[in-house]
Design a protein around this ligand. Structure first.
Ligand SMILES: NC(=O)c1ccc[n+]([C@@H]2O[C@H](COP(=O)([O-])OP(=O)(O)OC[C@H]3O[C@@H](n4cnc5c(N)ncnc54)[C@H](O)[C@@H]3O)[C@@H](O)[C@H]2O)c1
Length: 363
């Protein structure tokens, strides 16, 4: 078991990491003297694979328990789903002494986190991430959100959990496409952390894709450590935390255009390639750096629907991102591995050709 501290000023907590560590969940809750009214929000797919085991683990605790199982999709990150959660909580007489436990991917964590942060002005929260994306990214850092009027993550809060329990055993049932999506975020860390981690990811991408658990565990822990260090320095994204948006301006725009046809991490991976091309156009990296660095995102396959995407629309979509104010698009670009430049402005022509070149480079 590895314990990774998230050293925040106001809400310091830990990430407990290890294979089969879920069996320790109750012990950690007890050790931390958390509340014993458990409102468990669980992804229906996770329940299908692990429901019996999870219920057995919780049965060891003499607590009030309620399982709220739901089918996760971007559509369920909504006011309607929230309303159902609040109603269930009230119907089941949950109060301020609730411990909300979110078991699932990023959708579950974002939705449950938002519910926990708002129900009766905030109840205790534990994240149990079950996708690679959730383990390396969404369960860390305290961002919660729902979507609104087709704007992704438009309504949300910053709300830190009491702890995170990351058990890579959950990942054994993850569909390959979801594993690949998580790898997209890991590739983002490869570029934004340091050369050592970049090398590990670049040299072991096939192992990651084949679910080699030794490499996977090593990379998950490094990713958590990196995200923790960024969040510790800039919890509310006033500056430094923007490095985590590397590739994301492009990615969000692809996602808005292609909706459910593209997974987030897949979009991030292509977005990283676009950002590399744009970094070159802005003279931040040389042509030989571009040639070398693009090898990593090119190791993943291009989502076929990107081949016929309307690039003009992708550009226009960028103005609808909540991070872009005053009709200006700000890009997070690269000067070198681990050296990210924030808030770079680019001309429309540069952006459009970066997207075209990135998409064409897959063929
Ligand atoms: N809060 C943050 O900082 C942050 C960071 C990154 C992403 N996000 C959000 O996270 C969401 C994406 O998260 P995600 O990729 O985990 O999606 P997700 O939660 O929808 O999970 C992906 C799919 O995997 C299934 N699943 C989950 N765990 C499983 C398991 N162990 N075995 C089999 N199937 C399983 C789910 O049912 C779903 O179909 C997006 O909404 C994104 O905005 C938030």
């Amino acid at each position: 078991v590895k314990i990774i501290p998230i050293k925040l000023k106001n809400n310091p907590h830990e990430v407990f990491f290890g294979n089969a560590i879920t069996k320790n969940l109750i012990k950690i809750i007890n050790d931390k003297k958390l509340h014993s009214s458990f409102f468990i929000i669980i992804d229906a797919n996770v329940e299908k694979f692990f429901g019996t085991e999870i219920r057995r683990i919780f049965s060891k605790h003499e607590s009030k328990k309620y399982y709220y199982s739901f089918k996760s999709s971007e559509i369920s990150k909504s006011f309607l789903e929230l309303k159902n959660i609040y109603s269930s909580m009230l119907n089941q007489k949950f109060g301020r002494d609730t411990l909300m436990i979110a078991i699932g991917g990023g959708i579950t964590g974002d939705l449950a986190g938002f519910a926990a942060s708002t129900f009766m002005r905030g109840v205790q929260l534990v994240h149990v991430p079950t996708t690679l994306t959730a383990c390396v990214d969404s369960a860390i850092g305290g961002k919660t959100a729902i979507n609104f009027n087709y704007y992704k993550n438009m309504i949300g809060t910053f709300y830190q959990p009491n702890f995170v329990l990351c058990d890579p055993n959950f990942l054994t049932t993850l569909p390959k496409s979801e594993l690949v999506s998580g790898i997209g975020e890991i590739i983002k860390y490869a570029f934004t952390t340091n050369k050592k981690f970049y090398k590990i990811v670049n040299n072991n991408l096939d192992k990651l894709l084949n679910h080699d658990s030794k490499v996977l565990n090593e990379v998950i822990v490094e990713s958590i450590l990196f995200k923790a260090s960024v969040v510790e320095q800039d919890e509310k994204e006033l500056g430094l935390r923007k490095v985590l948006n590397f590739g994301h301006t492009f990615a969000h725009s692809f996602e808005r255009e292609l909706k459910h046809k593209i997974k987030h991490g897949e979009a991030v991976n292509v977005g990283i390639l676009c950002a590399l091309y744009l970094s070159y156009k802005k003279n931040l990296i040389t042509s030989s750096q571009l040639k070398k660095y693009k090898e990593l995102p090119l190791k993943l396959k291009l989502n076929r629907s990107l081949e016929k995407v309307d690039v003009e629309k992708i550009y226009q979509n960028m103005f609808r991102d909540k991070k872009n104010r005053n009709q200006k698009v700000n890009f997070v670009l690269l000067r070198d591995i681990g050296e990210v430049i924030l808030d770079v402005r680019a001309e429309k022509g540069e952006v459009i050709s970066a997207i075209n070149e990135a998409i064409n480079s897959f063929s």
